[in-house]
Design a protein around this ligand. Structure first.
Ligand SMILES: [Zn+2]
Ligand SMILES: [Zn+2]
Length: 67
């Protein structure tokens, strides 16, 4: 299944840099867009949506360890 344009009606406007996942936006790896959608799967292509940013926790942990 590929992008058929359905995602366009759900596309989230980019207002802030970062924090998109916090705003409830999800990214579809197939359509390559951020959409506002309640489901786990893209309403357009059916791919599983990303709901989390890349983990940066490890880095924080390491910096905490350093004095
Ligand atoms: Zn699409
Ligand atoms: Zn999609």
């Amino acid at each position: 299944m590929h992008c058929n344009g359905n995602c366009k009606q759900y596309i989230a406007k980019s207002n802030l840099d970062g924090g998109r996942y916090e705003q409830g936006q999800k990214r579809c790896p197939e359509c390559e867009v951020f959409i506002l959608w309640d489901g786990l799967w893209c309403p357009c292509c059916g791919r599983l949506l990303r709901t989390k940013p890349r983990a940066r926790k490890l880095k924080n942990k390491m910096s905490l360890k350093r004095r």
